[in-house]
Design a protein around this ligand. Structure first.
Ligand SMILES: [Zn+2]
Length: 84
């Protein structure tokens, strides 16, 4: 049982290490970007998602960015819009 706990701790440790390394490289890529805590609303399903994870869709006719939780929502919204 103790061995299982040690293995569990090891797995969690490796997971956090990978996450740390991944975030480190991501921070370098997006240097100068605002903090990730900003939430934006998906225009299709009204789910709030972190701005960094949201899909930004530029609408030519309005020129303003809209946010979606994923590409499917963006497509669904575009289809709804074109159906009007
Ligand atoms: Zn959505």
């Amino acid at each position: 049982m103790v061995r299982l706990a040690v293995i569990g701790l090891f797995v969690v440790g490796v997971f956090f290490l990978i996450q740390y390394v991944f975030r480190g490289s991501e921070d370098e890529a997006s240097a100068g970007e605002p903090e990730a805590s900003e939430m934006v609303e998906c225009q299709n399903c009204a789910t709030y998602v972190p701005k960094q994870e949201a899909l930004e869709w530029e609408w030519e006719e309005k020129g303003a960015g809209k946010y979606f939780c994923n590409e499917d929502c963006a497509k669904a919204f575009a289809e709804k819009k074109s159906a009007d």
